[in-house]
Design a protein. Structure first.
Length: 80
C-alpha cells in the first residue's frame, strides 16, 4: 500500500513538473493546421526536460530512502 502511494506521488510530481515544457497552442494557429512540417523541440525545452528529469530522480530517491529508513527503524523497534 505504501509503495503504491509513493508511486502515485512520484508520478504526480513528474507530470506537474513537465507541464511547463509543453507549450499550449494558440487559438489562431489551431484553425490553420494543415500539412505543415513538424517542428522539433527547442533547445530550451530539451534542457527543461533533462532538468526536470534530474529533479524527479532526486526527489524519488529521497522519498524512497526515507521510506526504507523509517521501515528499518520500525522493524528495529518491533524486534526490541
Amino acid at each position: 500500500m505504501d509503495k503504491r502511494i509513493l508511486a502515485v506521488l512520484s508520478t504526480l510530481i513528474f507530470v506537474i513538473a513537465f507541464l511547463p515544457v509543453f507549450e499550449p497552442m494558440d487559438a489562431s494557429t489551431s484553425s490553420q493546421i494543415t500539412a505543415q512540417p513538424v517542428s522539433t523541440p527547442t533547445v530550451s525545452a530539451a534542457y527543461k526536460y533533462r532538468y526536470v528529469a534530474s529533479i524527479h530522480s532526486h526527489v524519488y530517491h529521497k522519498i524512497t530512502c526515507r521510506y526504507e529508513k523509517n521501515k528499518t527503524v520500525q522493524q528495529n523497534i518491533l524486534q526490541n
